[in-house]
Structures are given as C-alpha cells and as structure tokens.
Design a protein around this ligand. Structure first.
Ligand SMILES: Cc1ncc(COP(=O)(O)O)c(C=O)c1O
Length: 387
C-alpha cells in the first residue's frame, strides 16, 4: 500500500520566463495561439469559433466513442450536438468507414484525439474533411511533441492541456493553436477571469506545484490515492459552465516547463521503448508498437490491450496491489458513462470502443518508472496471475 507508482505525470519546474509570450511563439512556432483556463475551455472555444464561422444554427461534432468525457462537455457547452463514432477494431483511432457514414450536411467539425500520445491518422482524416468544409480539430491534450523539430500541428485547430497528469502540467491551463486563420478571429474571449495573478496567488501556485511534485514520488502517491473524495482514476462527466481564462500568474512558468519537457525527452534515450519492449506478451496488443512504427512518440501512458476482459481485470487488480501504476483509463465508451446515457440515447452500439474499454491497460512512462519495471512486473504479476 505504501508504494504506488503514479500512473502519469511529469514534475513542474518553478523557473520563470521574463518574456513568456515571445517564448511561447518560438516554442509553438506560430504567433497564432490563444491560452485558456483548461483543455476543455480551449476545446469549447474552438467549437464555438467553428460554429460562428459557419453561421448556421445546427451543428454536429463527430468524436470518438472512447475518449475523455470532457470532449462531450465542451461540445454541449458550445451549443453543438456530439455524434459518436466507433473506433477501428483494437485501435485508438476513429473508424473511418463509420466516420464517413456519419458525416452529414450538419457536420461542423471532427475531433481527432492523439490518445496517450499515439497520433491519429491526420492525412486520411484531412482527405475526408478538406473538400467538405469540415473543420478538423486535433485534440492533443495527451500529446506534446518531443522536440522543436517534431512540431507538426495537424488539425485546422489544435488544442493542448496543461492539466494534472498531462505531458506538460501547470495544474491547469490549455491552449489553441490555429493553423486555419479563417477561424481564429472567431475564437471567443475568455468569459471568466482566470485569476492566479499577484504575490499570494503565485506563492499558492508554488506551494501546490511543490506538493504535486512530491506526490509524484511512489513513496507518497498512495496518500492522494487513499483519499476517496479526490476521485483519482475515476471517469466522471462534468458539464461545463464557462470558458475560463488562463491563470495569468502562471504564464511565466509555461515556457520553462515546455522546455524542461523537451530536455527530459532529449535525455531519455529511448527509455520507454527499452522498458516496454521487454513487457510485450504474445497475447497482448502492443498499441504503440503497432500504431507508431519504429519511432515512439512521447507517450503519456503505455497502452496495451489484454487478451480478454478477465485477464485485464486480473492484471489490473494484481498490479494495483503491487503499486505498479497500471490503470484501466475510462473503463467505458462515452454512451455508457453515468450522466451521458441520455445525451447518446439512440446512438450506438459501439462494439469496438466497448472492447477497447474492456481490454485496455495502461502502464506508467514517467521518469519515476524504474528501468527494471518489466522484470518487477514479470516476477510479481506473471507468476501471480499465471499468464
Ligand atoms: C483527450 C483529452 N481532451 C481534453 C481534455 C481536457 O483537458 P483539461 O483537463 O485541461 O480540461 C482531456 C483531459 O484529460 C483529455 O484527456
């Protein structure tokens, strides 16, 4: 119980930039970005902008049936109708055949998610959206490029999150990168103050960031895990009430944190690949190995699909007992999540998303994962579970 690897999360650096906006332009390689209070606020702003640019009342947004429920919150808040699309069998990607069938005259946008950091197939998605005037939104909350050279914003608009457990965390915040300038001037301004400025707010942020860094240690992570009111690891639907502003006092911390992320990747030397290539089990689907080719992108978590649900449950409960940071992520497709059943009544079934949810196991990839993780896993789990 007293040793728990956190499932995800990188430490926050408390270095500050004295010209943050200039630095962000250099890092993002564009001046066309807007900051918001969260990834969800950024996504809602994008959908509102797409709707304003279209100028018609009804708008549908297509999104994967297995993803974070915040995509639904943002879509509904913006005033659009979310339409779910099943996944490809045993893949984290939108099913292209079903996607094409669900495109209608009302389709305003498609949200493509880089789940865990595995890139969506943007070339194929662009071939479907370009000539139809549909906006392609890249949801990159779970992915940030490993270096300046790797930056390729793939959507007409891309959203980023700086929330807890994200590739680059400031305990909150989000951004929109606008590759399609015809939409950018429709982006709504922040409706609610972000707060977070001033001496006290700065000290409070520093304190929270220090606590966050401390709790990333396996010696302390059991503590927040054992507090049920924090709801860690639970998938809960939260309706949105406003588009929040980026907390202005945190702006100076953002560029140094993005640079620290790049530094970590420069020095990681294929660590994730090395650790998880030893973990591959004949019966499992090694999603990054299958979906990403030779060079792994930075993965927020390493996802495998177990051979069957029983095995997934068994590995999860045993690895939890051994504090290995394994998770089942969202556990259900969006249409089955509590509070969303009525939103998606009449949509589905989504058999591939359901199977994905049933079989998924994610493993931690952060710096706290020991180099001998596979050995520990093999010893403690394979023997325990007999796989
Ligand atoms: C794929 C995806 N999109 C959007 C979001 C929303 O980001 P935020 O938590 O910053 O609102 C998340 C959050 O977990 C996410 O995983």
């Amino acid at each position: 119980m007293f040793y728990q690897l956190p499932p995800a999360g990188n430490p926050i650096t408390l270095r500050k930039s004295d010209k943050p906006l200039e630095d962000l332009e250099t890092i993002f390689q564009t001046s066309r970005f807007r900051l918001y209070g969260s990834g969800t606020s950024a996504l809602a702003a994008v959908i509102k902008a797409v709707m304003a640019a279209r100028g018609t009342g009804k708008a549908e947004v297509l999104l994967p049936a297995y993803t974070c429920p915040e995509l639904v919150s943002a879509t509904l808040f913006a005033g659009a109708d979310p339409v779910l699309v099943d996944l490809e069998p045993k893949r984290p990607w939108l099913n292209l055949t079903e996607l094409e069938k669900k495109i209608s005259a009302d389709t305003a946008a498609i949200i493509a998610v880089n789940l865990f950091g595995i890139p969506e197939r943007f070339d194929r998605l662009k071939a479907l959206t370009k000539h139809r005037g549909i906006t392609l939104i890249e949801d990159s909350a779970q992915y940030f490029p490993a270096s300046a050279n790797a930056i390729r914003w793939q959507g007409d608009l891309t959203i980023l999150s700086f929330g807890r457990g994200k590739p680059v965390s400031l305990l909150g915040g989000g951004a929109v990168i606008c590759s399609d300038n015809s939409i950018s001037h429709y982006l709504p301004s922040n409706e609610t103050e972000g707060g977070g400025a001033g001496f006290t707010a700065d000290k409070l942020f520093q304190l929270k960031a220090t606590m966050y860094n401390l709790l990333l240690s396996p010696r302390f992570y059991w503590l927040p895990e054992s507090l049920p009111f924090l709801h860690l690891g639970e998938t809960v639907y939260h309706p949105m009430d406003s588009i929040k502003a980026f907390p202005s006092g945190r702006l100076a911390y953002l560029p140094p944190n993005l640079k620290a992320y790049w530094d970590r990747h420069r020095h990681s030397g294929g660590r994730t690949d090395r650790i998880f290539s030893q973990l591959t089990h004949g019966e499992w689907t090694d999603l990054p190995a299958i979906c990403c080719g030779n060079e792994l992108p930075p993965l927020i978590r390493y996802p495998f699909l177990a051979a069957n649900k029983k095995q997934a449950n068994r590995i999860y409960s045993r690895s939890k007992r051994h504090g290995l940071g394994v998770t089942r992520m969202y556990k259900k497709p969006l249409n089955e999540i509590e509070g969303l059943e009525h939103v998606f009544a009449g949509q589905g079934p989504f058999p591939n998303a359901k199977e994905f949810a049933d079989l998924l196991l994610t493993f931690p990839t952060h710096r706290g994962v020991p180099e001998n993780f596979a050995e520990v896993f093999n010893k403690t789990l394979r023997i325990d579970t007999g796989i």
